[in-house]
Design a protein around this ligand. Structure first.
Ligand code: ZN
Length: 281
């Protein structure tokens, strides 16, 4: 039988319930029986409250969008350590999601034609470690991802170079979307400045990829109605926010929610975050 967290939850739940039932029927005094039942119930209640494994998963027909940034053992941005997941943490999350029947689509594929139990791993900013660590993991597991990138790789070695972007795109495993020229928080700019930041990034991506990008992520989640109009006018069909709680894409394709996957969590925490949206009450 193939292992998955979902099966662990079911087997553990049945096992625990059976143990409590057995404790109820023990041929001992009433007091001892009660003691045994309470001893089994209390940790079960604590575990269930601490780890909300019993929460329903996101419905199978709604794609799950996960937000990540850098993939590295080192923290690339000390001001936001959660921007960097360790390669082995990502690897394990992919293995666990696959075992539970999830399929990996690109952002546009999932927005347009979500498969059952679709999951989209998105990586913002285009850190160069996406080529060094993420790309080999994608190839090894043959899963797809989406990277939202700026123009910074043209002259800053911390970010994906045009050549690396082209190689990743040619593999068919990676969709590239926009993230403005230099990571501008759009709702803090004038509309003219925001328009240039979006447009020049589209131009750069189109030159590098040979096709126009379709999906966009608002840097730092900063946007408003006027920014949505600019993103639409730039030709984008989908835009991603930093709001949590998964929901269908169709009613609001420029307000797509994503669940962040933080750093240094256990495989169970990451799995619960990805599939339920939270792991504790
Ligand atoms: Zn960003």
């Amino acid at each position: 039988m193939k292992w998955s967290w979902e099966k662990v939850f079911v087997v553990a739940g049945i096992g625990w319930a059976a143990a409590i039932l057995v404790a109820c029927c023990l041929p001992v005094s009433f007091g001892v029986r009660c003691g045994c039942v309470v001893a089994l119930l209390l940790p079960a209640i604590w575990l269930s409250l601490r780890w909300t494994w019993w929460l329903a998963r996101v419905p199978a027909q709604i794609p799950v969008f996960l937000m990540l940034h850098s993939v590295s053992d080192a923290v690339v941005d000390e001001s936001c350590a959660n921007n960097s997941i360790r390669p082995q943490e990502l690897d394990r999350l992919i293995v666990d999601l696959k075992a539970a029947g999830y399929v990996f689509q690109t952002a546009t594929e999932a927005a347009e034609k979500p498969l059952r139990r679709s999951v989209v791993i998105t990586f913002d900013d285009g850190y160069v470690d996406n080529y060094k660590y993420l790309f080999p993991i994608l190839k090894q597991h043959q899963v797809k991802a989406t990277c939202f990138i700026t123009n910074r790789g043209s002259d800053d070695s911390a970010f994906l170079t045009p050549k690396q972007v082209q190689e990743m795109y040619a593999s068919g495993l990676v969709e590239f979307g926009g993230h403005t020229v230099a990571h501008s928080v759009l709702d803090t700019l004038t509309l003219e400045e925001a328009e240039v930041a979006i447009r020049e990034n589209v131009k750069w991506l189109t030159e590098v990829l040979g096709v126009a990008p379709v999906s966009f992520a608002y840097p730092c989640g900063g946007y408003n109605d006027a920014i949505v109009d600019l993103v639409k006018a730039a030709g984008y069909r989908y835009a991603f926010t930093m709001h949590k709680r998964m929901r269908p894409v169709a009613p609001a394709p420029y307000h797509i929610h994503r669940q962040i996957i933080p750093r240094d969590k256990t495989p169970l925490q990451n799995y619960l975050l990805a599939t339920r949206g939270k792991y504790k009450v």
